[in-house]
Write a protein that binds this ligand. Structure first.
Ligand code: SF4
Ligand code: SF4
Length: 212
């Protein structure tokens, strides 16, 4: 049995299993920390850099990669964290085709949640959007559609396919602003699984049933 570790997060006394990350301990105890690339079923990769927390000694670190420590003092909000998190989130949102009224993920979307948490106004971000053409949606799969304009490149779908299904049918393609998710040609390998769709944190992978 794992040893128990006691720590405080935003002044809340928390007891967690030894191998738990600070992000997991916070979420399990009702303390929200913004995140996009973390999923409880997958290994953490610390890619989105949204889950920063501040430790008692002032260090700012991604909480998904930080194991809980005995007596640890963690703050999830500070002026410094807010500045870093806001810069990262606003870059993402400026490049995101935000039209929540027209999105079947609305109400259950991690990016929406982050915008609300940071009080980011979509209206203010729109003029900052890089004037690139809308990328075409991939509707070739019989079960789900992929919208690259709403993809936050968190990699959850790629890691789900690899770590959970052991298939590796999804991968990143392109560079910079042109990066998107692609699917290997043999659709019979992934067409009926849907594990990536249920874990996508935003409205980028949507089941065709959800659109009906
Ligand atoms: S993915 Fe989320 S933020 Fe983007 S349009 Fe859909 S609900 Fe809105
Ligand atoms: S399709 Fe969804 S899960 Fe996959 S990288 Fe894009 S946002 Fe993440």
């Amino acid at each position: 049995m794992a040893d128990k570790i006691a720590l405080t997060i935003d002044g809340k006394y928390i007891v967690a299993d030894e191998e738990t990350s600070v992000l997991e301990a916070a979420l399990k105890n009702g303390v929200y920390i913004p995140h996009l690339c973390y999923h409880p079923d997958l290994k953490p990769i610390g890619a989105c850099r949204l889950c920063f927390v501040e430790l008692g000694d002032g260090q700012i670190v991604p909480s998904c990669l930080l194991p809980v420590g005995q007596g640890m003092v963690v703050r999830t909000k500070s002026a410094e964290i807010d500045k870093l998190r806001r810069a990262i989130a606003e870059l993402l949102i400026a490049d995101h085709h935000t039209n929540c009224r027209d999105c079947s993920k609305s109400g259950n979307c991690e990016l929406q949640r982050i915008m609300a948490y940071l009080h980011v106004s979509v209206k203010r971000m729109r003029p900052l959007r890089w004037a690139k053409e809308e990328l075409p949606q991939d509707t070739s799969n019989p079960f789900f559609d992929y919208d690259p304009n709403r993809c936050v490149l968190c990699g959850i779908c790629v890691r789900t396919c690899e770590e959970i299904q052991g298939v590796s049918a999804l991968y990143f393609v392109g560079r910079g602003y042109g990066t998107k998710i692609a699917f290997f040609g043999d659709k019979s390998r992934y067409e009926s699984c849907g594990e990536c769709v249920v874990r996508c944190p935003v409205g980028a992978l949507i089941s065709k049933n959800a659109r009906q």
